[in-house]
Design a protein. Structure first.
Lengths: 265, 321
């Protein structure tokens, strides 16, 4: 199985995001960057699938040379090689999907795994755009029944199941009010939800090995993609702060407030 | 005249998902601001059974597309049907509630129409051709005003930010159409519903959520929820541990809720969780750790053990009845 996985560079989800006073963007100073957590889950799932079925995990990222850090991280986890689309200007989800479409056409993977969303833009669009552009099936919000404490998880069993004829995958999707199972003919696009797996740490030998794994450089021009964004972010602002509340001493005081002041019980 | 097309959603039981009515009210607002008209679409195996429910919301028309192939929802089969209808109506805007289905389907529709899209729209600003949308980024830590510059614009609408549409606004014309059906490379296998007698999280007036502090014991939380007719929610850590179903997760990557009363028990209040409940009208936090970030958004905080507080709270609330 050849699996293409995305690895977007995003702000560390634990970092404090502040909007610049002029609303033109966020304050970059002091921020740390990581691989998008949902993409990291995708890398893990890809590694589990090739451990079981043989094959190769190719990781792709789009951005300036700094995204090589995220590619190296995925390579250190165990991905085999990387594709870097060198692009420093603005790009929206349509542009990202168009670039990925070209990378897919070049690489011809059996499966593309992406995070369901990146934790900066929170758009949740690229996987679906890509599947539509390619005319492939999609299974978004991939999850599993077993918990993170289960034997399956401890043994790194892939949650995406290859069918007996190896022509399709079964994916359990996290949807409203339950779990839906779909079967997608390969090649297909899968996007990951939080509880698909717990990504592994990169081992020291893994980190050493990653240094010599190949990263191929491409550009939007080389891929013949116009990435002029169709989404303009006009202004950013901080959400309105909630006014400071009070501490109540005991339960009767709490109920009194809820009944007489907030009038909610 | 600009055309706003709102896509309605049927649950697996055939009933309309309530968030549809919030999306309709957002669509009505958008149509007014754009100087256009509202249309509602529903496709599926049997959309006619809810046609009457969709008529009274001031839409110009309700478009129903029935096909046996659309029995089970799949983005791959629903997207061509919706996209073809949108093209026929020359829709300028296509919107749907930010449900799991809305988030799965509309980007695929947008892809087909090469349309730019805004996810989780919270507000519609401006008028005419200068309409912009406010949407959250970085787990709700940033609100961004965005403009979509493609001819067709696609949106998912966050239900908690728009009131449910009020009915009784005249009867829209109901039109049936033959949805475009395409072969699908994906097939539906099954749906395992998490059945609960409690109200749906995103629709409940009161939500009681438990976090790591419960150590997986949700008995008192469920008891209080049943006393109040409330929904039960949970933090990510609790769902990850498998203590409660994933479906209960409140947060940016789970459910976004905005009930009249939100009680957080044993939840520290990670940014990710706060993004999913900050819009609640009244927030109560119960946590042993006085430094827990949840207290920064709580109207009423109690620094105490939830296992001691919740039974007392149930007894005290019972006295009010």
């Amino acid at each position: 199985m050849k699996i293409l996985v995305t690895a977007k560079r995003v702000e560390d989800p634990e970092s404090k995001i502040k909007v610049k006073p002029d609303g033109s963007g966020i304050v970059q100073e002091g921020l740390k960057y990581k691989i998008n957590p949902f993409d990291e889950i995708g890398v893990e799932e890809g590694l589990r699938l090739v451990a079981k079925h043989q094959g190769e995990v190719v990781v792709v990222s789009i951005g300036g040379k700094e995204v090589q850090e995220q590619l190296r991280h995925a390579l250190a986890m165990g991905a085999h090689r990387a594709v870097w689309v060198n692009h420093t200007g603005p790009v929206d989800q349509l542009g990202i999907a168009a670039l990925l479409q070209k990378v897919v056409e070049k690489e011809q993977p059996d499966l593309v795994i992406l995070g369901k969303q990146s934790i900066d833009d929170d758009q949740n669009q690229v996987g679906q755009y890509l599947a539509e552009f390619l005319g492939w099936g999609q299974a978004t919000f991939a999850s599993k029944v077993e918990s993170m404490e289960s034997e399956q998880e401890k043994n790194k069993v892939p949650a995406i199941v290859l069918t007996a004829d190896k022509k399709s995958v079964q994916v359990i999707r996290e949807v409203d009010n339950g779990l839906a199972t779909v079967e997608c003919q390969l090649p297909a696009v899968v996007t990951t939800d939080l509880r698909l797996n717990q990504p592994r740490y990169a081992s020291l030998p893994g980190i050493m090995k990653a240094k010599s794994k190949p990263i191929e450089e491409l550009t939007p021009a080389k891929l013949s993609v116009d990435v002029t964004p169709a989404i303009q972010v006009l202004k950013m602002s901080s959400p309105p702060a909630r006014k400071a509340g009070i501490k109540v001493a005991d339960v009767p005081a709490l109920v009194e407030k809820l009944h007489n002041e907030a009038k909610v019980v | 005249m600009p055309i706003v097309l709102i896509v309605a959603e049927q649950q697996p039981d055939g009933n309309l998902r309530k968030a549809t009515f919030n999306a309709i009210s957002a669509g009505k607002q958008l149509a007014e601001k754009a100087g256009g008209e509202l249309h509602i679409a529903l496709v599926g195996k049997d959309p006619s059974k809810v046609a009457d429910e969709l008529k009274g919301y001031g839409a110009k028309a309700v478009h129903l597309g029935a096909a046996a192939e659309l029995e089970h929802y799949l983005a791959e089969t629903y997207a061509p049907a919706i996209a073809a209808l949108a093209q026929e109506l020359k829709a300028d805007y296509i919107g749907m509630a930010s449900t799991a289905q809305g988030k799965d389907l509309l980007p695929r529709v947008a892809g087909r129409l090469r349309a730019a899209m805004a996810t989780d729209v919270m507000a519609i600003n401006g008028s005419g051709a200068d309409i912009t949308f406010t949407r959250p980024m970085w787990a709700g830590n940033v609100f961004a005003d965005v403009k979509l510059t493609t001819p067709v614009k696609v949106l998912t609408l966050r239900a908690t930010e728009f009131p449910a549409a009020a009915g009784g606004q005249g009867a829209a014309e109901v039109k049936t159409f033959s949805p475009k059906v395409e072969a699908s490379k994906t097939k539906f296998v099954d749906f395992k519903e998490v059945k609960s007698a409690r109200p749906e999280l995103t629709e409940a007036r009161v939500v009681i959520s438990g976090g790591r502090g419960t150590k997986g014991d949700f008995k008192e939380i469920e008891g209080l929820a049943d006393d109040l007719g409330a929904a039960v929610g949970a933090s990510r850590a609790v769902c990850d541990a498998g203590w409660v179903p994933n479906d209960l997760q409140v947060g940016q990557t789970g459910k976004v809720v905005a009930p009249a009363l939100y009680i957080a028990a044993g939840i520290s209040g990670a940014i990710q969780h706060l993004a999913g409940m900050k819009s609640s009208k009244t927030i109560v936090a119960i946590n042993k750790d006085p430094e827990a970030p949840i207290f920064q958004v709580a109207d009423y905080g109690m620094v105490a053990d939830l296992f001691k507080v919740l039974p007392e709270l149930r007894a005290e609330l019972a006295k009010l009845k």
